[in-house]
Ligand binder design. Sequence first.
Ligand code: HEM
Length: 377
Amino acid sequence: MHTGITLNWDRDDPKAVYSRQLSEYPLYWDKDANSWVAYSYKYCNAILSNPDAHIPEPVITTDSLLNEKVRLLVGNFARLSNGDRHTEARNAAMMVYKYMQSVSVPQLMETLLKDINPNSGFNYVEVIGKKLPVLVILKGFGFSDHECKYVTQHIATLVKIMTSVKDEDTTAINAVVDEFYAISERYIIANRLAIDHNLTTENCIQQFICNLVGLFIQSYDAGRALLCNTLLNTLDPDRGQGLNTPGSYRNLVIETLRLDAPVHNTRRIAVNDILMGDQVIKASQKILITIAAANLDPRVFKNPLLFDPSRSNNAEHLTFGLGEHACLAKHLMIDIAAEACSYLKNKYPHISIPQQEFKYEPQANVRMIRELMVKLS
Ligand code: HEM
């Protein structure tokens, strides 16, 4: 039986798998994967909120060729830490995040599309998806054009540190991480961030630097997937009806986050026994939290498979996580996606997606379209 722990996005229908599991096994022990899988809203919510469910340790083996800076980053990211270390790292990420100014998404879209011929198709994933979210962050911090260019050109290499790294990639990763670290260090020092917050120890300064790099990383995959899914729904003749105000675009994005969640799951490991209903998740057992399935739970969302931006509780989706690890940038990301679609729809009323079928990146937790061809007129 297919449990949904290793879905093949090109072949499997995640909504069908999740709907079945939701009704039959809201919390499932997958023997082959040696992991619990939570599907229901109740269990996903409970595990995300449980202090005994920790983010698994990142895997960097001691004989790995990855350099010190990579270890430093991974060791300090809010996204990957637990307990007191997480509190410190999240505080650092939030303090850095507060320095970001708002930037004009339409202006960035204009720049990214300036060389596109409206009469020929272009790949939205490459031109907008991989660049817009990280540029909003970079410009929001006031990075120079030169630094923006370096970051957007090399971010695909940087994000590899979040997965298990192949030996042949280590030289490129080490070089890119050194440069990202240096760019972020210059920023933190030039803007006196650590001094403003009265942080004098090297450790605190390093946390600021690492979590600034962390913001670039977090924006890349999920941000791109959300931009693509939102555009698909905007241009769908049924789903995109009645889009005329900023609020209507935001509602469409929120319903996209629920029904077409870019991030499908996140992982935890139990550090103590956790009681879930009448089942016990034992200490040291792994847990896959299927947030995209929780979003389809009929006990929480009426007619869950229906795309309905006016449903009153759509914002209760779990796509940005929950609790102490909840996404820092959820409001920013909703605004970026809503403004990007509104800009395209207003500026190019004949915009279309000629493609019928989509292929997905083979990433286990984010369902990302590999190529999305768009025609502006
Ligand atoms: C500008 C783009 C983004 C930035 C800067 C960002 C930043 C972050 C950060 C710093 C965290 C870690 C919080 C912590 O552990 O204390 C986080 C967590 C998370 N983010 Fe985002 N994020 C972005 C976009 C997105 C998008 C588009 C999605 C989904 C559609 C998303 C989903 C999540 C989820 C699910 C978590 C929690 C993971 C967990 O608890 O295991 N993020 N984000």
